[in-house]
Each structure stands twice: as structure tokens, then as C-alpha cells.
Design a protein around this ligand. Structure first.
Ligand code: CO8
Length: 269
């Protein structure tokens, strides 16, 4: 059982602001470098689900707010009393909080600065696009704590950077900087300056948000399926999604707008 002393005081461990069609989600435990405690494990999935259900929202941006880093991993200070094996199992099932990312069909971007460690790095891995500031550092220190990543890290990292590089990070716990993370494809965009990170990430999310929402969601769905499906099955899946999109109003609108030399206005229909 969790000692409530460590969890009771912050109803806003996750804060959401809306900028046009972009939802900006900030982790908000700055004093603990956004260490993931029960509040974050509860509030983040709730926020993601709300944003998924809101038709006005077309892209989601996750960042570390005012903390010195994106997230320093699981809250190591979250004190637990002795637990039975059933309690441990049930707690582990709640770890499925990270699955909330997989239930979001909209694009999710992580804007990473400073420490991005353990569970924090797993959160970034669960996003679709990672943008990093030059001061970002990444590591999976879990084996040094007698554990392994438990929020998808062993699975997602390998899919992103390949078997060898994933094992190097998993087995050593070594920290890599933003330049190295960019080199190996862990992040796809770098921002030199911390003060521009959020602005540039919001601009990126905003650009994605102007595109046809259903096409964006299907592109994400197809790309995710590529990690699981054999090539032929993946191509068949892609063709089905393509055929569905061919029937949408947004597809017609894009063609009309091109002909009329204007910007398309997408409705998601
Ligand atoms: N959990 C709880 N509090 C944290 C964490 C954390 N992961 N990281 C930092 N903090 C707190 C510090 O305790 C400190 O709080 P206070 O001011 O109250 O003492 C505050 O944040 C600032 O931290 P530092 O003073 O240490 O700042 P530094 O700049 O000197 O160092 C570091 C920053 C390098 C991030 C350092 O704090 C650190 O090494 N943190 C731990 C990182 C880590 O190992 N995270 C866990 C990764 S593993 C994981 O996420 C999954 C398995 C976790 C198992 C948990 C078992 C319950």
C-alpha cells in the first residue's frame, strides 16, 4: 500500500492548456524533477483520454513544464509499506498507466529538456515524435536499481533505435546527450536553446494540427501497425485505410483547395 504522505498534495501534477487545436500538457512536479508518482500515474491518463475525446484537439504536446528536466523517472521516494504478492501484482497492473498513450489516436509530441530518465524516458518513447533541447540527457538506469524498465522501455526503444543500441542503453544505464540521441534516432528534432524549445514544439504540433485529422490518425495507426505486422499484412492494412480516406470530405476538400489555389479547411469528416 502506498504511503499517502507522498501523494496527497498535488491535484495538478499534470496541467493542460489549449493553444488552438494543440493541447499542451505539462508535468507539474518541478521540485522533484517531475518524478512519476501516483498522481502523475492517475492524472496523465485522465488528461490524455479527455484530449482524445475532445474533437477540437488535433495534436498533443507533452513537456516538463518549469522543472529542471522532462522527468527524472519513477518517484524513488514514494514510500511503500510491506505488500503481499497480490498487492504487488495489482500495483504492477496499474503500471499500465503508460498504455494510455497507445489509446490516443491523435499525434503526441514530447518536448524534452534536461533529465529524461527511466520512466521519464519511457514516457517520451510512448510519444510519436520526440523533440529535444540541446541540454537533454537520456538514460535507463533501472538495472542499477535492481529492476528493468516497466513502462514499455524494453520494447519501444528497440523498435526505435535497433537491438544493439537498445541493449547498450538498457544494460549500461549510461546517459547519452541530445546530440547522441539525435544521431541514433531516439529524437528526430533538436532545438539549440531551452527558451525556444516549447515555442518550436508548439509550432510543430500546430503544423501537424492543420492537416487532415483523420488522415493523420490513420497514418499514425498504420505506422504503429508496421511494428507488429508482416510486410504483406501491413500493406493490406495500409490499403484499407487509404481506401477509407478516399471517401472522406477532407480528401475532396484538399483536391478542391488545390484547384482553387487556397488552403484547405479540414473538418475531420
Ligand atoms: N524520484 C524522487 N525524487 C527525485 C527523483 C526521483 N526519480 N529524481 C530527483 N528527485 C528529487 C530529488 O530527491 C531532489 O529532491 P529534494 O530537493 O527534495 O531533495 C530534487 O528532485 C532535485 O534532485 P537533485 O537534488 O538530486 O538534483 P541534481 O541535479 O543533483 O540531480 C538527478 C538530478 C541526476 C536527476 C538526480 O536527482 C537523480 O539521479 N535522480 C534519480 C534518477 C533515477 O534514478 N530515476 C529512476 C529511474 S528508474 C525508473 O524510472 C523506473 C524504476 C524505478 C523504481 C522505483 C522504485 C520505487
Amino acid at each position: 500500500m502506498l504511503n499517502t504522505e507522498t501523494t496527497k498534495n498535488n491535484p495538478r501534477a499534470v496541467e493542460v492548456t489549449i493553444e488552438g487545436g494543440v493541447a499542451v500538457v505539462a508535468l507539474n512536479r518541478p521540485d522533484q524533477i517531475n518524478a512519476i508518482n501516483e498522481e502523475i500515474r492517475l492524472q496523465l491518463p485522465q488528461a490524455l483520454q479527455r484530449l482524445e475525446d475532445d474533437v477540437e484537439i488535433r495534436a498533443i504536446l507533452l513537456h516538463g513544464g518549469t522543472a529542471r528536466g522532462f522527468c527524472a523517472g519513477a518517484d524513488i521516494k514514494e514510500i511503500r509499506e510491506a505488500e503481499t504478492s497480490i498487492e504487488v501484482r495489482e500495483r504492477n497492473m496499474r503500471r499500465a498507466w503508460i498504455d494510455a498513450f497507445d489509446r490516443v489516436t491523435k499525434p503526441v509530441i514530447a518536448a524534452v529538456h534536461g533529465h529524461c530518465l527511466g520512466g521519464g524516458m519511457e514516457m517520451a518513447l510512448a510519444c510519436d515524435i520526440r523533440v529535444a533541447c540541446a541540454d537533454a540527457t537520456f538514460a535507463l538506469p533501472e538495472t542499477g536499481l535492481g529492476l528493468i524498465p516497466g513502462a514499455g522501455g524494453t520494447q519501444r526503444l528497440q523498435r526505435l533505435v535497433g537491438h544493439g543500441r537498445a541493449l547498450d542503453l538498457l544494460l549500461t544505464g549510461d546517459r547519452i546527450d541530445a546530440a547522441e540521441a539525435f544521431r541514433i534516432g531516439l529524437v528526430t528534432r533538436l532545438v539549440a536553446d531551452r527558451k525556444n524549445l516549447l515555442e518550436e514544439a508548439i509550432a510543430l504540433a500546430g503544423r501537424i494540427a492543420t492537416r487532415a485529422p483523420r488522415a493523420t490518425a490513420y497514418a499514425k495507426e498504420a505506422a504503429r501497425a508496421a511494428g507488429d505486422l508482416p510486410l504483406a499484412a501491413g500493406q493490406a492494412f495500409e490499403r484499407n485505410l487509404f481506401a477509407l480516406l478516399s471517401t472522406t470530405s477532407d480528401r475532396m476538400e484538399a483536391a478542391r483547395a488545390f484547384k482553387e489555389k487556397r488552403k484547405p479547411v479540414f473538418t475531420g469528416k
